[in-house]
Write a protein that binds this ligand. Structure first.
Ligand code: NZQ
Ligand code: ZN
Length: 410
């Protein structure tokens, strides 16, 4: 919990928090032509960052370009940002922006493109190595305090990067994947047009649904204190994702389903749902990032593998929140607030949902064997650990705990 915590008689902390999200959110099918109008408020020379080519194949790129040019904005391109974006792409993008004196960065793509664009926007104004900005070993050597204004136009519903101040970058040389969080990285505008997501294939749609649900379960199960309003927000978004996710997967052109999922993804990680929960950490994400760094797997697929195994581990120690989850999400009736059978039955149903939408739930399904499990655990803790050397979470995890979760997910 931020700041001083206030205690009630039982000794439980009462929530206390501050919330500010400066990103302007523009949401609605058909919004893309407003890009030029938005961008024109922040600059005249835009670096347009894109991924591996989907936006060009589908025509979104040409439409975005037209809107920017019609608003009198010069456009310079940084294409080819890879899934699990690499620090080398950040350096390349920053060099293009510097060479062309860009005063604005526009991201058109998935979370990978948006994350690279954010760090490019900060790297342009930083003379050191951009990897300095990425958290590793309990700190980042340089937390950015300034960045070019950035506009996020997501083409995939998943990460929520469009309305938060974080980015996740991989270092292909050191096999590290980690994050940066800094206020200067909030996009100025998040322009969300669900029409841009209708072309997302079934598998990526499912992984996006898993990613957004995991953002919520991480804060729900690792939160401390009593947060009944946040819990019900969280449960509402999870139920919505479970209702509309399968519709978007069954029929990619179902624009309403696409819109509901896109809104769910944004709200899942824009800070609103976990306000006041004083989250102890993002253990499933931290472990997944290490596995991703070694095997370059899709983030949401990696989460689907690790989350159920982590839940079973955490439920043994703190069953009551998992009982609440089983009751409120899946309609179970518990015999007691600590009814572990009920908690585990809810986790089984959660895992079955992930399977039903096409997510893998074991490492072997991704062709990853158990050989390096100890290495993943060590590496996860090398990148982030508390003062006792454990992974921040509820409960904090030792190396042996991480190994046991990964073995259960093998
Ligand atoms: O690269 P292109 O050709 O655009 O294709 C992408 C990519 O192959 C494709 N795609 C995107 N939009 C499409 C489309 N295909 C057809 N039609 C469209 N409209 O989908 C593939 C995956 O794209 P990617 O951007 O990698 O996916 P996602 O949005 O899931 O982003 C994943 C990255 O975000 C990080 C992850 O770790 C991973 O690196 N995260 C960022 C977070 C944040 N900034 O807050 C939080 C998350 O927890 C996550 O860690
Ligand atoms: Zn995620």
């Amino acid at each position: 919990m931020d700041g001083e915590s206030y205690l009630i008689e039982s000794g439980e902390p009462i929530m206390q928090f501050e919330y500010q999200n400066p990103t302007r959110l523009v949401f609605g099918a058909g919004s893309l032509p407003r890009l030029g109008e938005m961008a024109g408020q922040y600059g005249k020379r835009a670096l347009l960052v894109t991924g591996g080519g989907s936006v060009k194949r589908i025509g979104t790129f040409d439409r975005a370009l037209k809107s920017l040019k019609d608003a009198g904005i010069s456009v310079f391109e940084c294409e080819g940002v890879e899934p699990n974006p690499r620090i080398s792409s950040v350096k390349r993008g920053a060099a293009i922006a510097r060479a062309n004196e860009c005063d604005l960065v526009v991201a058109l793509g998935g979370g990978s493109t948006m994350d690279a664009a954010k760090v490019i926007a900060a790297a342009v104004l930083y003379d050191g190595d951009p990897w300095d900005m990425i958290f590793h070993g309990q700190a980042a050597p340089h937390i950015p305090t300034q960045a070019l204004p950035m506009i996020a136009v997501p083409t995939l519903a998943a990460t929520g990067s469009e309305m938060n101040c974080s980015a996740v970058i991989s270092n292909e040389e050191t096999k590290e994947k980690s994050f940066v969080s800094a206020n200067c990285l909030y996009p100025k505008v998040a322009l969300l047009d669900p029409e841009l997501t209708v072309s997302v294939p079934k598998d990526q749609t499912a992984y996006g649904v898993c990613d957004l649900m995991t953002h919520i379960t991480e804060s729900y199960f690792n939160g401390v204190g009593d947060t009944p309003i946040q819990d019900r927000f969280a449960e509402g978004v999870i139920l919505t994702a479970m209702e509309y996710g399968p519709k978007a997967i069954a029929n990619g052109n179902d624009l309403n389903a696409r819109a509901q999922i896109q809104w769910a993804a944004t709200v899942a990680l824009n800070g609103w749902i976990n306000s006041g929960s004083g989250g102890a950490g993002y253990p499933v994400h931290m472990i997944e990032h290490t596995v991703s760094a070694y095997h370059d797997i899709t983030h949401g697929a990696g989460l689907a593998i690790i989350n159920p195994a982590w839940m079973r581990f955490a439920a043994q120690i703190n069953p009551s929140k998992f009982v609440q989850f089983a009751e409120r999400i899946f309609g179970f009736s518990a015999n007691s607030p600590d009814d572990i059978e009920c908690a585990l039955a809810g986790i089984d149903r959660f895992e079955s949902f992930l399977k039903s939408i096409g997510c893998p739930t074991h490492l072997s399904e991704m062709g990853i064997d158990a050989q390096l499990i100890e290495t993943y655990a060590k590496e996860t803790l090398r990148i982030i650990h508390d003062e006792n050397g454990r992974l921040p979470a509820l409960p904090p995890m030792t190396e042996a705990d991480i190994v046991s979760v990964l073995r259960a997910a093998a």
